[in-house]
Design a binder for this molecule. Structure first.
Ligand code: ATP
Length: 231
């Protein structure tokens, strides 16, 4: 579904992502892990079209998207839940969700299905998102991305700043996305959670991919070694 070939993304002269290649098939659930500064967010943002690509290629559903706009990628079915949620804090939950359907594809997601997937949001429907808890904000951010009916969902650090209980709730709802066959690529700092949730684990170190394996074919020790660059 997504093919990343030899991708380089730079900030000025600095190569934050260096020669990264990966293939993500329909229905894959992939965790991208790595230490702070490894280049994970940069890679996700480049895939979503939020950062320009220096060199390399991106194909989505066999079509070249290397230089296309983020909105055209959303139109093709690729949607990002960015780090830090980026909600409009003066707008209500419902208004934020509706913004997610500005680019709308056909599919089953609509505002009522978002509220049944994240039942905690129902009573907050008309609350400004600036007044919500971290977990409610994260659910709104995921819901907003789902409103475009993506078949490929990219999530950057959904657990950041949330209590363990709320992280569990967010992941429980994401299980239902998995069951619905959504292809998922997510950055997760918690290695054990990443391994529990995903079928595949990709580890980055200093801008490069250093491990890419089915989660069932690896173990925590091997992943930890890749994470810290130990051999
Ligand atoms: P984290 O877990 O801390 O978010 P990450 O793996 O997502 O880390 P990135 O945020 O992609 O890493 O950053 C990769 C590298 O690029 C880091 O060295 C970072 O300092 C640098 N970087 C990120 N954003 C910028 C920017 N806007 N300008 C310059 N350098 C940047």
């Amino acid at each position: 579904m997504l093919s990343v070939s030899n991708l380089d993304v730079r900030y000025g002269q600095f190569r934050a992502v260096q020669g990264v290649s990966m293939e993500i098939a329909k229905g894959d659930v992939v965790s991208l892990i790595g230490a702070n500064g490894a280049g994970k967010s940069t890679l996700l943002r480049a895939i979503a079209g939020a950062l320009p690509i220096h060199s390399g290629r991106l194909l989505f559903k066999q079509q070249e998207i290397t230089n296309t706009s983020s909105s055209s990628r959303v139109q093709q079915g690729l949607s990002l839940v960015p780090e830090g949620r980026r909600l409009f804090s003066d707008m209500t939950v419902e208004e934020n969700l509706l913004l997610g359907s500005t680019v709308k594809r056909s599919g089953d997601w609509n505002i009522e299905r978002i509220f049944s997937t994240f039942p905690n949001l129902v009573k907050r429907r008309h609350a400004k998102t600036g007044n919500l808890s971290g977990g409610e904000q994260q659910a709104t951010a995921i819901g907003r991305a789902l409103m475009s009916n993506p078949d490929f969902l990219i999530l950057d650090e959904v657990s950041l700043g949330l209590s363990p209980l709320v992280v569990n709730q967010v992941y429980d709802s994401m299980e239902s996305l998995k069951d619905a066959g959504t292809t998922i690529l997510l950055v997760e700092q918690d290695l054990e959670r990443a391994m529990r949730f995903s079928k595949r684990t990709i580890c980055m170190l200093e801008g490069r991919v250093v491990l890419d394996k089915l989660t069932s074919d690896t173990n925590k020790e091997e992943i930890t070694q890749a994470y810290f660059g130990l051999h």
